[in-house]
Write a protein that binds this ligand. Structure first.
Ligand code: HEM
Length: 183
């Protein structure tokens, strides 16, 4: 939502996509998510820049092994810096920019790993992705959103395992006509 407030053109595009699909007399539903590719790209781009667990979950080697050519003696703790991987200029064009459209290029989403990878990857990934899309889609559909002033929303992170924002988001919202119609 912070990024959408800083990029009103992206917010407008997401709203148009939802309005075109649902019309003006029904709320977005979980089943709609597959038909909202731009909304999904916004969520992917958010997971890229702000992975909720930027270092995933620590691993410890049970025996001596090698990882990417490095010796890992038994008992070594290994952290995967997904935050850095998701902003690696060798992997991403303009990595610091919030640009959901980048996922139009085939295969870009394969470079994301906000839910980890392999046997211990997040088993709730599909549920979480649907839920986040659904929640964001509902907020976009039901309300007009604006920043509280001319200043951009501060995206600075502060210390914490899940990348909390240094300044909590404050925003203005106004119910759209659909809210009066269906609720
Ligand atoms: C946006 C929401 C979520 C994010 C970003 C997220 C992310 C993650 C990450 C990064 C891991 C560690 C993966 C690794 O170390 O390789 C993980 C593990 C896990 N997640 Fe999630 N998760 C989310 C939601 C959920 C939900 C909704 C559930 C359950 C319904 C869930 C259940 C679990 C469990 C049980 C593990 C441990 C898996 C294991 O160690 O084998 N997560 N999650």
């Amino acid at each position: 939502m912070s990024n959408l407030l800083n990029h009103p053109e992206i917010l407008n595009k997401a709203r148009s996509e939802i309005d075109e699909l649902t019309g003006s007399d029904r709320l977005v539903d979980e089943q709609d998510i597959v038909n909202l590719p731009y909304l999904q790209k916004i969520v992917s781009e958010t997971f890229r820049l702000y992975p909720a667990l930027p270092l995933l979950v620590a691993r410890m080697s049970l025996s001596d092994c090698k990882v990417a050519g490095y010796d890992m003696p038994r008992g070594t703790m290994l952290l995967t810096n997904v935050w850095a991987m998701h902003r690696d200029p060798k992997l991403w064009e303009e990595p610091e920019r919030f640009k959901p459209g980048r996922f139009e290029q085939q295969g870009e989403d394969k470079k994301l790993m906000p839910f980890g990878l392999g046997r211990r990857a997040c088993p709730g990934a599909a549920l979480a992705q649907r839920l986040v899309c659904f929640a964001l889609g509902s907020l976009v559909q039901c309300f007009e959103w604006k920043r509280v002033d001319d200043k951009y929303v501060d995206m600075t992170e502060c210390k914490g395992a899940s990348m909390p924002k240094a300044t909590p988001l404050r925003a203005m919202c106004k119910a759209r006509p659909i809210v009066g119609k269906v609720i």
